[in-house]
Design a protein around this ligand. Structure first.
Ligand SMILES: Nc1ncnc2c1ncn2[C@@H]1O[C@H](COP(=O)(O)OP(=O)(O)OP(=O)(O)O)[C@@H](O)[C@H]1O
Length: 271
């Protein structure tokens, strides 16, 4: 169980996250929504310790996340894999190597830098790519792939860390609706099959409604909603988005949803 107790993060005079208390049960798929600047990215960065809390406490089981240092901190970061809007792949390296790089943090760095990966890592990386319907692209340079494919490579790389949590920061914000669906399908399939907790920041309400069991709404650093998608009433939506309600709706993603995508089916078949 991941628990945030009265967590606040300030940057100078800016209160990015304000007195937030949340618990995340294992295996949940949680969407964090809110307008730009609401504190969503900072919240994820606090969880995996890319930033430290100003006040409050974050714990995972018996572990005080704020107290971790050195090797234990690296292990924690590996345990909560991050997915970023801009994929963060190494463009000049092939897809398989990018996926194996997920072992950094859990493996000795030197063999990784020298690209001397054990056969087991190669096999695991190939299996992760196969689950994401990308095995045939394994030897291509990462920058020859579409944005949606690159994001799925980033998910395969995250799986190499054998994470307990996946923290995805606007994973579909740069993608067209079809690729956005493939990426969200992949995250949901991993959540369901591997029982990995997924916490994902999403700009649009539709994506959160379509894919998440639980939605957390943030405004001005505060949590103003925590419930199921069906509990999102128009007054709650108004509170979360204020005058930006229109930008929160992107029915392109959901209006053409036809069930599980090929990548999702491939993952289910491979599992
Ligand atoms: N490193 C930083 N230094 C100073 N201020 C920061 C820093 N990171 C975030 N902030 C500020 O904290 C507030 C919350 O930012 P955050 O990026 O968490 O919001 P967000 O909801 O993720 O927004 P977006 O959707 O635009 O990414 C903003 O006012 C932002 O300017």
């Amino acid at each position: 169980m991941l628990e945030l107790k009265k967590v606040t993060k300030t940057f100078g005079d800016t209160i990015a996250v304000n007195n937030v208390s949340l618990t995340f049960a294992p295996g949940q798929m949680v969407g964090i929504i809110g307008r730009s600047g609401a504190g969503k990215s900072t919240l994820l960065r606090l969880i995996n310790r890319l930033a430290g809390v100003s006040e409050g406490r974050i714990s995972f089981g018996d572990t005080d996340v704020g107290a971790l240092e050195g090797k234990a901190l690296r292990a924690w970061r590996a345990r909560c894999a991050m997915i970023f809007q801009q994929f963060n792949l190494v463009n000049r390296l092939d897809v398989l190597t990018n996926v194996m790089i997920g072992r950094i943090g859990t493996a000795a760095t030197l063999p990784v830098m020298l690209k001397r990966f054990p056969a087991e890592d190669r096999a695991n990386a190939a299996m992760a790519l196969d689950r994401l319907d990308l095995l045939s692209q394994a030897l291509q340079r990462a920058d020859t792939l579409s944005g949606g494919q690159q994001q799925r490579v980033a998910i395969a790389r995250a799986l190499m860390q054998k994470p307990s949590l996946i923290l995805a920061d606007e994973p579909i914000a740069s993608l067209d609706p079809r690729n956005a669906r493939l990426v969200m399908d992949a995250l949901r399939t991993i959540n369901r099959q591997d029982k990995i907790t997924v916490i994902t920041n999403l700009h649009t309400l539709d994506a959160a409604r379509a894919y998440c069991d639980r939605v957390v709404g943030m405004a001005h650093g505060h949590v103003v909603f925590d419930g199921t998608p069906s509990q999102l009433t128009s007054s709650v939506i108004q509170e979360i988005y204020g005058d930006d309600t229109e930008t929160a709706v992107d029915e392109n993603l959901t209006s053409t949803m036809t069930g599980t995508s090929p990548a999702g089916r491939q993952m289910e078949a491979a599992h």
